[in-house]
Write a protein that binds this ligand. Structure first.
Ligand code: SF4
Length: 287
C-alpha cells in the first residue's frame, strides 16, 4: 500500500514537472518569436552625407519568403510642407536578411528638410516586385531624422555583426548638385562669379542651352563678408564644406563656422549658401 502510494506520488510529480516544463518552453518560444521573429529595420549611418540612405533589414525568410528589391520612404506631413512626399529606389533583389546603402536622390534631402517634420510621420516600406510582399515601418518624423543623422552603425558593421550579405546599390552614389550657374573663379581675372547671363562669360556658355548666354547681367564682383552663420535645420549634407572647407566644418549633427574663417571671398560663401538644400547658411556683407 505504502509503495503504491509512493509510486503514485512520483508519477504525479513527474506529470506536474512535465506540464510545467512544457508551459515554460512554450512561453520562452513565444517570447523568442515575439522578440526575434518579427521583421526588423535598422537605419544605419551612410558612408557619406547627401542622398545616401543606409539600412539593414532582418526577417524570417523561411516563414515569409520574398525577394526584397524596393525601398520607399513616405512622408505624411499634414501640418507642414510638403504635406506628402514619397521617394523610392530599386536595388538588387535579396532573399534573406541584408544590409545596403541606397542612393535615394535629392528627394531624401527634401524629405529630411520638410517644414513641420517634427509633427510628421515617416513610413519606410520594403517590398518585393516579384512576390507582392511588403513590410512597413512607421515612425515619427523626429525619430526618423535622428536615426538617419545619429546612427553610428554603418552597413559594413551591421553586415559583419549579423553575418549577412551586403547588396550593391542600383545606381552609383551622387553628390548634392551645386547649382549649375555658379562655378569656380576665373583664373587671372580676380574672383568673379560666372553666371550664364553674364556677358563677360558668354563664350563659356555658348551652346549650353537656350538663353544660357543672354547678355542681360553685369559681371558680379567679389565682396567681403562681415559675418556668416548657420541657422537651425542643417541636415549635414556636406555641400558647404565641399565648396568651402576653410569656412564650413560639417560635424556629425550640424555645421559650424571655423574659428578665424576667411571672410574675404563672399562669392564662395554665396555659392555655399546657394548650394545648401535647406537654406540655413546666412551671411551679411561687409559693405
Ligand atoms: S549648412 Fe546646409 S549645405 Fe552645409 S551641411 Fe548643413 S545643410 Fe548641408
Amino acid at each position: 500500500m505504502t509503495s503504491s502510494l509512493i509510486a503514485m506520488g512520483v508519477a504525479i510529480f513527474a506529470v506536474v514537472n512535465l506540464v510545467i516544463g512544457l508551459a515554460v518552453m512554450s512561453m520562452l518560444f513565444g517570447t523568442f518569436e515575439t522578440l526575434f521573429g518579427k521583421p526588423k529595420l535598422s537605419i544605419l549611418r551612410p558612408s557619406k552625407g547627401g542622398n545616401l540612405f543606409a539600412f539593414g533589414f532582418k526577417w524570417n525568410s523561411a516563414k515569409e519568403p520574398a525577394a526584397i528589391d524596393i525601398i520607399k520612404l513616405r512622408l505624411f506631413n499634414p501640418f507642414g510642407s510638403p504635406t506628402h512626399a514619397e521617394v523610392s529606389q530599386k536595388f538588387e533583389a535579396k532573399k534573406s536578411s541584408f544590409g545596403i546603402e541606397v542612393d535615394m536622390g535629392p528627394g531624401l534631402i527634401e524629405l529630411l528638410g520638410a517644414k513641420g517634420l517634427d509633427k510628421a510621420m515617416v513610413q519606410v516600406e520594403l517590398s518585393s516586385t516579384r512576390d507582392g510582399v511588403a513590410f512597413q515601418f512607421d515612425m515619427k518624423g523626429p525619430k526618423f531624422r535622428k536615426l538617419v543623422m545619429d546612427s553610428l552603425d554603418g552597413v559594413e558593421n551591421f553586415v559583419k555583426r549579423n553575418k549577412l550579405d551586403v547588396v550593391k546599390t542600383s545606381k552609383p552614389p551622387i553628390d548634392i548638385p551645386i547649382r549649375s550657374f555658379i562655378a569656380d573663379t576665373v583664373p587671372g581675372k580676380g574672383t568673379q562669379l560666372i553666371i550664364a547671363t553674364n556677358p563677360a562669360f558668354a563664350a563659356q556658355f555658348a551652346g549650353a542651352g537656350a538663353g544660357a548666354a543672354a547678355p542681360t547681367a553685369e559681371v558680379v564682383p567679389n565682396f567681403a563678408v562681415l559675418k556668416v552663420w548657420i541657422e537651425p535645420g542643417c541636415i549635414v549634407c556636406n555641400a558647404c564644406e565641399d565648396i568651402y572647407p576653410e569656412v564650413f566644418d560639417v560635424t556629425a549633427d550640424t555645421c559650424l563656422i571655423r574659428p578665424g574663417a576667411p571672410l574675404d571671398d563672399g562669392l564662395k560663401i554665396l555659392e555655399s549658401a546657394e548650394a545648401c538644400p535647406v537654406e540655413v547658411i546666412k551671411f551679411t556683407r561687409a559693405s
